[in-house]
Ligand binder design. Structure first.
Ligand SMILES: *Cc1c(COP(=O)(O)O)cnc(C)c1O
Length: 424
């Protein structure tokens, strides 16, 4: 923000958003209202604190500081050195990591930097198939990861729909990947890091743990930590960790230099210091007892929603959840994941469609819908709320394509939303 006592044509406008750009301001205001009046069950979204958003909107937006603390290419960096160092120290303490890089702009560039650290273009990497819960950056053909690396994909088992470690081991022995990636976007069960470490060691592979989705659960003690097992760990800071939109890399000391080089100058330019400051606030909040209670509640809420959906005859990926998300399978229904997600939205329940194991439809249609509890838990939702929401989801399934019935269900959704904490 620039405040001047000398009004001039060349200074940026002094008024707030509502005054300077009413059109955009109204759109933002309407979207805020949409959040408050609906139930956000998108597994990757969360509501950050006011303190996190304050740091993000600070004047630090101005600063160029290419490089790292005490090794920059610009002047005027003493205080942003302190800020980035604080963020690094807090990230290390929160996760118990030897080294942290807090500069990745988001989760995908963090993965790119991690892969460039552990492998060279043309090397073989191994990740979960996209349709079984993996991420684009884990070797999809349309991502840099699938374009620049040889990709071997593993899957979940057909029977249990849990990670198929027999396949992981067999593929690893046959294809000898440089890197094995564990960590997913739509996998509802606990990840056995030790099992991945054992297989990586069998074939001399490095283990990359991508905790983009579960970082808040790991930090809050509600999911086991990959720190003792993985060579490099990547994450977002905006999903369960409830910070600003951004990325994070943790690693053992031996990879510190290579990770830092891969982020800057290999991949990125100037660090986003307003975002790094906001990450520091996020790590500070995540160290609190209140955040540990939040992480536990996220998991309790997911379990309550999963149990109720199963009581209402939905079939779930891997039969339930150990974490913050669950995926409903719709093979026994006459509508697609896309149609169900659209009907849920008409009733004010916001989700995302998802491919599921054994998928028969395209990624645009899908046979699944993914639900997650991080955002509503941040608004104070309880397991009782989740059971009520489960009942409403079941009623939506009975009325897909019936707008009048969906509007009627929407009034009950709105009543639940009105009882929760509001975002400002
Ligand atoms: C969300 C996600 C990412 C990427 O994060 P962006 O910030 O969207 O780039 C990477 N890996 C996994 C497993 C994710 O779920």
């Amino acid at each position: 923000m620039l405040i001047t006592s000398v009004p001039s044509d060349v200074t940026p406008p002094a008024g707030g958003l509502r005054m300077v750009d009413p059109e955009l301001s109204r759109l933002i205001e309407r979207d805020r209202r949409r959040h408050n009046q609906t139930l956000n069950l998108i597994a990757s979204e969360n509501y950050a604190s006011r303190a996190v958003l304050e740091a993000l909107a600070s004047h630090l937006n101005v600063k160029y500081a290419e490089g790292y603390p005490h090794a920059r290419y610009y002047q005027g960096v003493a205080l942003v050195d302190d800020i980035e160092s604080l963020a690094i120290e807090r990230a290390r303490a929160l996760f118990g990591a030897e080294h942290a890089n807090v500069q990745p702009y988001s989760g995908s560039p963090a993965n790119m930097a991690a892969l460039y650290t552990l492998a060279k273009p043309g090397d073989t990497i191994m990740g979960m198939d996209l349709s079984h819960g993996g991420h684009l950056t884990h070797g999809s053909r349309v991502s840099f990861s699938g374009i620049q690396f040889n990709v071997v994909s593993y899957h979940v088992r057909q029977d249990s729909e849990k990670i198929d470690f027999d396949e992981v081991e067999a593929l690893a022995k046959e294809r000898r990947p440089k890197v094995i990636i564990a960590g997913y976007s739509a996998y509802p069960r606990e990840i056995d890091w030790a099992a991945f470490r054992r297989i990586a060691d069998l074939v001399g592979a490095k283990l990359l743990a991508d905790i983009a989705h579960i970082a808040g659960l790991v930090a809050g003690g509600a999911h086991s930590s990959p720190i003792p097992y993985a060579d490099v760990i990547t994450s977002t800071t905006h999903k369960t960790l409830r910070g600003p939109r951004g990325g994070l890399i943790l690693c053992r000391a031996e990879y510190a230099k290579d990770v830092d080089r891969a982020v800057f100058p290999m991949l990125q330019g100037g660090p986003h210091l307003q975002q790094i400051a906001s990450k520091a606030v996020c790590f500070h909040e995540a160290q609190s007892e209140a955040f540990r209670a939040y992480a536990r509640r996220v998991v309790e809420n997911a379990r309550a929603l999963a149990d109720r959906l199963q009581e209402r005859s939905f079939s779930l990926w891997a039969g339930g959840t150990d974490n913050h998300l669950l995926v409903v399978k719709l093979f026994d229904r006459d509508f697609t994941g896309a149609a169900f997600a659209a009907a849920l939205e008409q009733a004010g329940i916001i989700t995302s469609k998802s491919t599921v194991p054994g998928e028969t439809r395209s990624p645009r249609q899908t046979s699944g819908v993914r639900f997650g509890t991080p955002a509503l838990t941040s608004r104070g939702a309880t397991p009782d709320d989740m059971r009520r929401i489960g009942d409403l989801v079941a009623r939506v399934a009975e009325h897909v394509g019936d707008p009048a019935a969906l509007r009627c269900i929407g009034r009950e959704v709105r009543a639940i939303a009105d009882g929760l904490a509001r975002i400002a």
